[in-house]
Design a protein around this ligand. Structure first.
Ligand code: PLP
Length: 383
């Protein structure tokens, strides 16, 4: 039986193992495991890559978002507009600083927040917009920034799934006041452990983040704020230094794979492949299709009392093909956000029952892709 995982991190390590092992060994022998020139150099290299003047590293994408909100003084009583279709951390940090997440519905073509609904959600309490470039697809930052500027709102970009993605030849993470990145192993630029970073062109924000990520200390043993401890390990910085030069080619491989998927899937009934927004470069952290057909849904419901998406996923699994559901429950329907659930968001509430993310990682072979598509086609034809 074929066995195709939704993602496989071991192949990438194989390719770069010699360089990684050498750099890790150097760190181990140096006796310097926290901070140092390796972390400083990585910050500079990453700032250059995103084309911003400052990069501050930290322990995770979640910390990056938390520090960003703290650095611009978002807190109790403030509202932050964001998407309900994202990893929980995006909204969690808004609540963690004492502010309230305001969820608006999504655009089913891009899975990103629906810009048309943005202005309707702005109130006198709105302090910031927190767009997420979900699955690697950039948000239309031209429109978003125009709205933000006209209402004097801060913009914090969640770029966790979109390292290297571009909107009109400009990297995400360089449009808003702050860009937040995750180096979690499954992200486009992944460490071998946790890691994160903030990017900004604002010197004062960068300085404030450096204070907050180091116990609020503006000088050694002199704390002016309640901060946190959030560091990118030296070992992880060394690994990221090895990986950064490969990022564009890995993203290009993802784009090639996405193009193959588009071609293979374009004329299968019931499958809606994702589309790249004109003007954007998507880096396909996930390749997420929508499964939708009134006829097939009725058939699956009556024969298997299952939803079309869940049935297809089980069929693929039986044939050794992994897939994933990002995300099964929108954030406004999470138990902790029950108090916000009176806002109905019909698009995301439907989409979360229809999405299926197919295997996607740079080392996936065309042959494996053909097997994924062949199996998907077959199981839909069976109906
Ligand atoms: C992964 C992710 C995060 C959190 O990053 P961590 O490094 O895991 O803390 C935040 N937002 C989105 C959209 C993510 O995918």
């Amino acid at each position: 039986m074929t066995n195709i995982p939704p993602l496989d991190l071991t192949q990438q390590y194989e390719i770069i193992s010699e360089k990684v092992n050498t750099r890790v060994q150097e760190v181990l022998s140096s006796g310097r495991y926290i901070g140092g020139s390796i972390v400083d150099d990585f910050e500079q290299q990453f700032a250059k890559y995103i084309n911003v003047s400052h990069c501050v590293s930290c322990n995770s994408g979640t910390d990056a978002l938390f520090l960003a909100l703290r650095a611009v003084n978002i807190g109790l009583g403030d509202e932050v507009i964001t998407t309900p279709f994202t990893f929980f951390a995006t909204a969690e940090v808004i609540s963690a600083v004492g502010a309230t997440p305001i969820f608006i519905d999504i655009d089913p073509q891009t899975f990103n927040l629906d810009i048309q609904q943005l202005e309707l959600a702005i109130t006198e309490k709105t302090k910031a917009i927190l767009p997420v470039h979900l699955f690697g697809q950039p948000v239309d930052m031209t429109q978003l920034m125009a709205i933000a500027r006209s209402h004097n709102l801060i913009v914090i970009e969640d770029c966790a799934q979109a390292t290297g993605a571009e909107w009109h030849q400009q990297k995400v993470g360089s449009f808003g006041d702050i860009g937040c990145f995750s180096f979690f192993p499954t992200k486009n630029l992944g460490a071998f452990g946790d890691g994160g970073a903030l990017t900004t062109n604002n010197q004062a924000i960068a300085a404030q983040v450096r204070i907050l990520k180091n116990h609020g200390q503006s000088a050694k043993y002199f704390s002016e704020h309640i901060g946190i401890n959030s560091r990118l390990d030296t070992i992880q910085a060394a690994i990221l230094q090895v990986k950064l030069p490969y990022l564009d080619s890995w993203n290009q491989q993802r784009r090639n794979l996405a193009n193959h998927y588009h071609k293979f899937l374009s004329n299968i009934t019931a499958v809606l492949p994702p589309q790249e927004l004109a003007g954007g470069i998507c880096v396909w952290n996930q390749y997420t299709i929508i499964l939708k057909s009134q006829d097939l849904e009725a058939t699956v419901e009556s024969h298997f009392s299952n939803s079309l998406r869940d049935w297809v996923r089980a069929q693929l699994q039986n044939q050794g093909i992994g897939s994933a559901i990002y995300y099964p429950t929108p954030l406004h329907l999470q138990p902790i956000y029950k108090f916000l659930a009176h806002r109905q968001l019909p698009v995301v509430e439907q989409v979360c029952h229809q999405v299926l993310s197919l295997p996607m990682f740079p080392e996936l072979s065309t042959l494996q892709q053909e097997q994924v598509v062949f199996t998907l086609k077959n199981c839909l034809q069976e109906l």
